[in-house]
Write a protein that binds this ligand. Structure first.
Ligand SMILES: NC(=O)c1ccc[n+]([C@@H]2O[C@H](COP(=O)([O-])OP(=O)(O)OC[C@H]3O[C@@H](n4cnc5c(N)ncnc54)[C@H](O)[C@@H]3O)[C@@H](O)[C@H]2O)c1
Length: 312
């Protein structure tokens, strides 16, 4: 099968590329390396990797010989690392997504999209959040632009699946608490631990379900989540365990929540109904795999999805 993976050097994209290549698909991966790393594709021999931006329409032309187009597009590329970079978020998450939709329409390709749980706002009233909960992505530039992209996909008439995700972590996860804890603990800097809980799911488990979507399973919106949450403090303790600390390193507790929700639980029932869900990895296994990755490849900066227009 001919598959285009946008954001192919990212956490989710590179795991999907690896699985597609392993079974013999013809994969083109496009990534501008804004948050991804080329080294993430080292285990995907034969992938046609292009360092380009999906915001440029021409990046999505001449993908295969003889003007053949993709049969499926796995659209993981996204901009989120700077909450002040509204233009960048819009260029990638809206304009880039429109370019991807146009390509899908041109070739009759199926599109797999990845949406943030922040589309439900910073304090959704229902827990777990049902799939038909109203989307109200303010005040996050990332969520506003990702949600605009999702609306365009829904209106476009193409065949699509959109996975609205819990926190996806594991090897190659370079945003959020795991890389930040690793970097700070390795540099001897105190961590700040919010009194909050999050649902963490292993990227390798997600990739297995994405492959099923590539093969035609599912339609429309799904939550990819475990349905259970973990205290950030417990995650911190697990990171300290994995890094070999005998005594828990001291940490700070923020005085305010910074507008971030205490928890966001997504109802994954429809996903369990329509997909073959793998047995989800334990949080300790996922933390160990992430730490092994950081030890080998390092963490150079702190990136989070959680900053909002108001917290700038
Ligand atoms: N990781 C999570 O917890 C999480 C949660 C909710 C939604 N998502 C969504 O899942 C998808 C994958 O996330 P991830 O964790 O793999 O993030 P990631 O940052 O590892 O991967 C995104 C990739 O997109 C690339 N990219 C950014 N702008 C681009 C552009 N203009 N053109 C081409 N490539 C570009 C980046 O360099 C990166 O490699 C994203 O769409 C994200 O919005 C992720």
């Amino acid at each position: 099968m001919r598959v285009l993976v946008t954001g192919g050097a990212g956490q989710v994209g590179s795991h999907v590329v690896e699985q597609l290549i392993a079974r013999g698909d013809q994969v083109v991966a496009i990534d501008n390396l804004a948050t991804g790393r080329a080294v993430h594709l080292d285990n995907a021999p034969g992938v046609d990797f292009r360092i380009e931006s999906i915001a440029k329409r021409e990046s999505l032309t001449n993908l295969w010989a003889n003007s053949a187009g993709p049969e499926v597009i796995v659209h993981t590329a996204a901009s989120y690392s700077d909450s002040n970079a509204w233009e960048e978020d819009t260029e990638t998450n809206v304009l880039g997504t429109l370019n991807v939709i146009r390509l899908a329409r041109e070739f009759g390709a199926r599109l797999i999209y990845f949406q943030t749980a922040l589309c439900y706002g910073s304090a959704p009233k229902a827990q777990p959040v049902p799939l038909d909960y109203p989307r109200q992505p303010a005040p996050s530039s990332y969520a506003i632009s990702k949600t605009a992209g999702e609306f365009y996909i829904e209106q476009s008439g193409i065949d699509f699946v959109t996975f609205r995700l819990a926190n996806i972590v594991g090897p190659r996860n370079l945003s959020g608490p795991l890389p930040i804890f690793y970097k700070r603990l390795s540099d001897g800097i105190r961590c700040t631990i919010a009194d909050a809980r999050r649902d963490f799911v292993d990227v390798r488990d997600l990739a297995k379900v994405v492959i099923q979507a590539v093969d035609g399973r599912g339609n429309g919106a799904y939550h990819f989540a475990s349905g259970g949450d973990v205290a950030i403090l417990d995650l911190y303790k697990d990171v300290a365990r994995s890094l070999g600390f005998e005594k828990l390193p001291e940490y700070d507790v923020p005085s305010t929540t910074g507008g971030n929700p205490a928890t966001i639980l997504l109802d994954p029932a429809r996903t369990y109904q329509d997909f073959e869900m793998p047995k989800l990895s334990s949080i300790s296994d996922t933390v160990d795999a992430a730490m092994a990755y950081y030890r080998e490849f390092g963490v150079t900066r702190e990136v989070t999805h959680m900053k909002t227009l108001k917290s700038n």
